[in-house]
Design a protein around this ligand. Sequence first.
Ligand SMILES: NC(=O)c1ccc[n+]([C@@H]2O[C@H](COP(=O)([O-])OP(=O)(O)OC[C@H]3O[C@@H](n4cnc5c(N)ncnc54)[C@H](OP(=O)(O)O)[C@@H]3O)[C@@H](O)[C@H]2O)c1
Length: 402
Amino acid sequence: MANSTPDATVADATIPATMSAMLLTGHGDIDRLVYRDDVSTPRPGPGEVLVRVTATAKNNTDRKAREGLYPVKKGEMTSFAMGGEPTLVFPRIQGADIAGRVVAVGEGVDAARVGERGLLDFNLYPDARRDINLTPDYYGHGADGGFAEYVAVPSDQFHHVANAELSDAELAALGMCSYQTAYHMLTSAGVVAGERVLVSGASGGVGTALIQLCRIVGAIPYAVSQPEKAEALEALGAEAVIDRGELEAFAERVLEATGGAPIDAVMDLVGGEMTDRFIDTMIQDMKARTTYPRLSIAGASGGNISEILWTRIYLYQVRICGVSHGTREEAEQLIAWIRSGELRPVLHAAFRLSELHRAERYFVSRGSGFLGKIVIVPDAQWDAHGASFALAASSPSQEPRP
Ligand SMILES: NC(=O)c1ccc[n+]([C@@H]2O[C@H](COP(=O)([O-])OP(=O)(O)OC[C@H]3O[C@@H](n4cnc5c(N)ncnc54)[C@H](OP(=O)(O)O)[C@@H]3O)[C@@H](O)[C@H]2O)c1
């Protein structure tokens, strides 16, 4: 087999010249995702490692970027362009949360890394700063990601995670797109031990991360979700679960769950008509508070437009934090919590890379279905890393018709 990485310092001799990958060929529906087996295998540049992908977790952002659902002005159809120029160009290989093995290293990278199992910090950081990330972009969007057999990424962002108790699919399910966003939501709002935190979208990738992270920092998470998911969310760490389907007296039901104490900070992933109700849970009795009300928002699964009176925001002194991704420091803290076993994966099912269309349909139509993450496994890695998490083995009844 031809070795495509002659300029790599050290390379595993089995690296082929071409690989299978799912190419996103333009904005639109899932027919824009095209499976090919003749894509050039990337080469690790200086400071990079080449990773043989064993599992890549799916994120909502893959769908939203594909559909062009990231407007910052009314009427736009676009993707991230925080640095000024659009970075999503086609064809692009999506997939941000990558687990795999180092098979080659580029110039300046220690050859001892070959063979390491690791997890990618998915950010395309604009600079070396560790405590701020002003123009969030990521592998799978501004550069090729993990819906492929190989990917080249910065050595210092591919973190070694040896933990034998974690399978590669589970490691991908702990990916930074959800966990770093969740952690940055908490740090932006200055959440501290003992505080009551309302977590919306609680059963999703970011929501399940938030529940675990609240417990790690000593905060008390109250989950907004659906009744059929309550038991699993409480097992994950939720203090109580509030039904998002019942809008009537929403704030009163939250305060009943807290024993009357106000919510200290809201983690909003839902937006739309829910955001105003979430604010109610913090401001109903300002005399009962000891801190300003805080709202972190990182998603809008329930609608991109909310009608909120600004008077409510400034008279009640609500601190609003927009959150996108997070910082190097936060990613490294999360990796430390994965290594120490404090963060546990919430993995729902695995799909083969060639079946990404099926996985996309399942992901968007799962409404009342499941908790946590879906991972995509390259077909060549399926038996070793995907088969034991196949959907049929977990919950066949939830699969939608194509
Ligand atoms: N800013 C960032 O850096 C960043 C990073 C990652 C994700 N995000 C965004 O954050 C949001 C959550 O991401 P995710 O990956 O966790 O998504 P996900 O896994 O798809 O979970 C979303 C959850 O939101 C709830 N939900 C869905 N539709 C809803 C609706 N119409 N009204 C109320 N709740 C609804 C559901 O939970 P329940 O059934 O439990 O209510 C669902 O499981 C998305 O909007 C995503 O684009 C942003």
